[in-house]
Design a protein around this ligand. Sequence first.
Ligand SMILES: [Zn+2]
Length: 124
Amino acid sequence: MAMLPGMAKQKPSLLHAILTLRCARCREGRVHATFWQMNEFCPVCGLKFEREPGYYLMGIFFGYVINAIIFLPICIALYLLGVTWQAYVGVGVAIVLLSPLVLRYSRVVWLHVDEFLDPRTNEK
Ligand SMILES: [Zn+2]
């Protein structure tokens, strides 16, 4: 849809913001500067991502949830298919190999959940 004069810019959807690893407040700024490093502040709205020391410990919980969503159905399917134990080892290897990616998403999901539960509107 074309932007018309006087038309307010619409925020990207929550799902789009999470899938593209964007800021919880403006949904536009990148949370990560590089694959391994996070930005300290949102480059668009200036939101401080790490509210307090140990802030991302809750992100570990969301990492477990993401892994369960991905791998539990796979393990159930493998069990129902009656595969050998080597297939389960393969799932374990996949969990380890995907953990950096899951870590990125788990932190962003936590940022969005925290912003939903305790929004920061006035502070930077
Ligand atoms: Zn932002």
